[in-house]
Design a protein around this ligand. Structure first.
Ligand SMILES: Nc1nc2c(ncn2[C@@H]2O[C@H](COP(=O)(O)OP(=O)(O)O)[C@@H](O)[C@H]2O)c(=O)[nH]1
Ligand SMILES: Nc1ncnc2c1ncn2[C@@H]1O[C@H](COP(=O)(O)OP(=O)(O)O)[C@@H](O)[C@H]1O
Length: 179
C-alpha cells in the first residue's frame, strides 16, 4: 500500500522559531515547500532556498494553492511546488500563516498536520531583536500579531510546541510525525 503523504505545516508568530526549526527539519531529511513572497530578502536569505522572491506582478503569473496578505506583503504557495515535491517525497514541510493553514486543510485534509509554535509577546520582541530586525519592523509585526490574534494557537493543531531549544523541538516533531 502507498505510504500516507504528509504535509507538516509550521505556523506561529514572528520570532517563534519557525525558520530555525524548518532549517533543522530540512537538514534531517524533511524537504521544504518553498513559498513565494513580495517581501524583500533579509540578510542571509537566498532566493529559491528561503523563498522565491517575486514582484507583485510575478505573483500573478502562475497558479497558486493559496495566497495571503501579511504585514503589507503577499505570500503564496504554488500548485507546482506542492505537486512536484509531494510526488517525490512522503513527508514535506511548509511554513504558513493561519490563512494558509485553512487553505491546506481544505485542499489536503488527509495530508495536512499542523504544528503551532507558541511564544509570549515579550519573547516575540526579544527574538526579533536577537535576529537583528529593526524597531519599525518589530512594532509592525507586534501590531499585526495583535490584530490577527496570531499568538493564539490554531484551533485543532496536531501539535503545539512552546518549550525547549530548536534542536529539542525538531526531535519532538520528527518523533511524532516521521514514522
Ligand atoms: N499563507 C501563507 N503564509 C505564508 C507563506 N509563506 C510564508 N508565510 C507566512 O507569512 C508570515 C511572514 O513570514 P516572514 O516574512 O518570513 O516573517 P517571520 O514570521 O517574521 O519569519 C509567516 O507567518 C509565514 O509563515 C505562504 O505561501 N502562504
Ligand atoms: N527555541 C528557541 N529558543 C530560543 N531562541 C530561539 C528558538 N528558536 C529560535 N530562536 C531564535 O529566535 C530568533 C527568531 O527565530 P526565527 O527562526 O527567525 O523565527 P520565525 O521564523 O518564527 O520568525 C532567532 O534569532 C533564533 O535564533
Amino acid at each position: 500500500m502507498a505510504k500516507q503523504k504528509r504535509i507538516l505545516v509550521i505556523v506561529g508568530p514572528s520570532g517563534s522559531g519557525k525558520s530555525t526549526v524548518s532549517r533543522m527539519l530540512a537538514e534531517r531529511g524533511i524537504p521544504r515547500l518553498i513559498t513565494s513572497t513580495t517581501r524583500p530578502p533579509r540578510d542571509g536569505e537566498r532566493d529559491g532556498v528561503d523563498y522565491y522572491f517575486k514582484t507583485v506582478d510575478q505573483m500573478k503569473e502562475e497558479p497558486f494553492i493559496e495566497q495571503t496578505f501579511y504585514a503589507k506583503n503577499v505570500y503564496g504557495l504554488t500548485v507546482k511546488e506542492v505537486e512536484e515535491k509531494l510526488a517525490k517525497y512522503d513527508t514535506v514541510q511548509v511554513t504558513l500563516d493561519k490563512n494558509g493553514v485553512s487553505a491546506l486543510r481544505e485542499q489536503f485534509p488527509q495530508e495536512t498536520k499542523v504544528i503551532f509554535f507558541q511564544i509570549t509577546e515579550q519573547e516575540m520582541i526579544e527574538r526579533m531583536k536577537k535576529r537583528g530586525d529593526n524597531l519599525e519592523a518589530i512594532q509592525s509585526r507586534i501590531a499585526f500579531g495583535q490584530s490577527t490574534k496570531e499568538l493564539e494557537p490554531v484551533k485543532g493543531a496536531d501539535l503545539v510546541v512552546s518549550k525547549g531549544s530548536p534542536e529539542d523541538i525538531t526531535s519532538q516533531i520528527l518523533g511524532i510525525f516521521n514514522k
